[in-house]
Design a binder for this molecule. Structure first.
Ligand SMILES: [Zn+2]
Ligand SMILES: [Zn+2]
Length: 323
């Protein structure tokens, strides 16, 4: 795709980044996550896992189930990558409010927490990436193989259950100013229910059978959530451990091709940390970035503008420093 000067914009700091530019003191005050929240999180991690282990043995996999799995995978993954991440966390492009609402719903359908919680955590990740104040760095867990395993587990899942800094709302003041986004965020439980029952309803209607409803729910709902969960969380774990570092960044982020492809562009994570506001993460021609493709597609319909991209000078400087 070619650049269109009317729709692209340079990587100036976003409103949130400017607000954050002041000297920042890491919060010293932490609170335990309530046990009810921990239990709910654990339930929604374990249930898709059990369903994925059981599904191949007990349930047929029809073309319809495959379609539901793929369709809901792409919708909910895009909700995270284009919506929660590039649009809401980093303001990588601008779009009408109704499109924002659609992405907030799609992102919620990945069952990774509400919009505001997700964005607050991710902004903190960028602010303190790979220091001890990073919510989910795989590093700082000691040395040796056991420490590495502990670190990888912490960055993948363990951090959900650790005490959280107080006043996380300071990270999302800009989003909370939008009434539409406050409503989308408050309706998170509804989007979770829809994410699970919609594939079942579609499976039942299209196959005209109760069995189709059950397998649709299983493959398009639970197995799909399992895949989206672990592939997205691998950006926090694997993409801070394995891969290349073509650009200078203040952390240990890596470009990992497997997750570049599976997570629709998010695995080019060193590039992302080097240019957090860039709408495009796979900057070289062979670095496939499905999410950027969607943003360009939106722009063709006039639904995305101010698409932030690094200029040649910024690219050259960051790759020179990485040598
Ligand atoms: Zn990262
Ligand atoms: Zn990010």
């Amino acid at each position: 795709m070619t650049s269109n000067s009317a729709t692209v914009a340079p990587l100036t700091p976003s409103g949130f980044e400017k607000a954050q530019a002041k000297p920042e003191v890491p919060s010293a005050e932490f609170v335990n996550v309530p046990w009810q929240t921990k239990a709910t999180t654990l339930f929604f991690i374990i249930l898709p896992l059990l369903a994925t282990l059981a599904a191949p043995f007990f349930f047929n996999f029809s073309w319809l189930d495959g379609g539901l799995l793929l369709g809901f995978y792409v919708i909910s993954m895009m909700g995270i990558t284009v919506g929660y991440h590039r649009l809401f966390t980093h303001a990588s492009f601008e779009t009408p409010t109704w499109v924002k609402c659609v992405f907030a719903i799609f992102g919620s359908m990945a069952l990774q927490g509400s919009l505001f919680d997700w964005v607050a955590t991710h902004r903190r990740h960028h602010q303190f990436s790979d220091t001890k104040d990073d919510p989910h760095s795989p590093h700082h867990h000691g040395t040796g193989i056991w420490a590495m395993i502990k670190g990888a587990y912490h960055s993948h899942i363990g951090w959900f259950f650790k005490p959280e800094p107080v006043n996380m709302t300071r990270y999302i003041k800009d989003l909370r100013n939008s009434r539409a986004l406050r409503v989308m965020n408050a309706l998170f439980p509804l989007w979770v229910v829809l994410a699970l029952i919609l594939p079942g309803i579609l499976g039942g209607l299209l196959s005209q059978s109760w069995k189709g409803a059950l397998t649709g729910f299983l493959w398009g709902g639970l197995v799909r959530v399992f895949l989206v969960h672990h592939i997205t969380w691998s950006i926090n774990s694997a993409c801070h451990i394995w891969g290349s570092r073509p650009f200078q960044s203040k952390d240990l982020s890596r470009n990992n091709m497997i997750f570049g492809i599976l997570a629709l562009g998010e695995g080019w994570h060193n590039t992302h940390h080097a240019f957090p506001r860039s709408a495009r993460h796979g900057l070289r021609w062979w670095e496939i970035d499905g999410s950027y493709g969607v943003i360009r597609l939106l722009s063709l319909f006039g639904l995305a503008w101010d698409i932030r991209l690094p200029d040649a000078e910024a690219l050259a400087s960051a790759s020179e420093k990485a040598r």
